[in-house]
Design a protein around this ligand. Sequence first.
Ligand SMILES: NC(=O)CC[C@H](N)C(=O)O
Length: 234
Amino acid sequence: MAFPANGFRAAVVTFPGSNCDRDMAAALEAVSGQPAVRVWHGDADLPERLDLIALPGGFSYGDYLRSGAMAAMSPIMRAVAAAAARGVPVLGVCNGFQVLTEARLLPGALMRNADQRFICRTVTLKVENTSSLFTNGFAAGESLRIPVAHHDGNYFADAETLDRLEGEGRIAFRYAETCNGSARDIAGVLSDNGRILGMMPHPERAIEPAAVASLGGADGRRLFENILSALASA
Ligand SMILES: NC(=O)CC[C@H](N)C(=O)O
């Protein structure tokens, strides 16, 4: 994929208990051809000139207190918030989504799944937003097959916030069938400027075209391709 002179530069943050950071870095490298910079939660600063910050899945701080609550207080999250305020795109997947809500970079909260069980399977998502840098290559209403693996994926926000998110086109994805009890079947939400995406499903586990559907398929790859093509044409 063509990309401007300096090449695509993404950072992947690792918290104690992250377990999808390597997969996220591998996915970014597979799609962009550029190695991702690995950043530790205790770092005070991010590398310069980033095109994307990825907060990966996992069980940061053992999910103690609430999933993502302690990671949201990590030194690196001050730098992430500052970069996001400058418009640097941020992708939070699963635990990364939990961290983004706990850090108040996205509205709402991820509660325990409605049936109290850990859910680990590939689900069908319906694409709702097609204008953000993460979703621009999808068709409205398109179905994607992406794996989920979480016990705290039950998205909650008050009715007024949910109405606002819907009115502003900030629901990125919905579950095609009920998954974890999420309000209005929300699987992913965008920030008001569309440059922060939090989603429970794992696109980095669905990037290998050769993989059969039971290994995740390749629909997640398209999300990373969307980011690259949006940035390349910006
Ligand atoms: N795969 C993950 O990121 C797990 C997220 C989270 N700790 C949960 O189980 O809810």
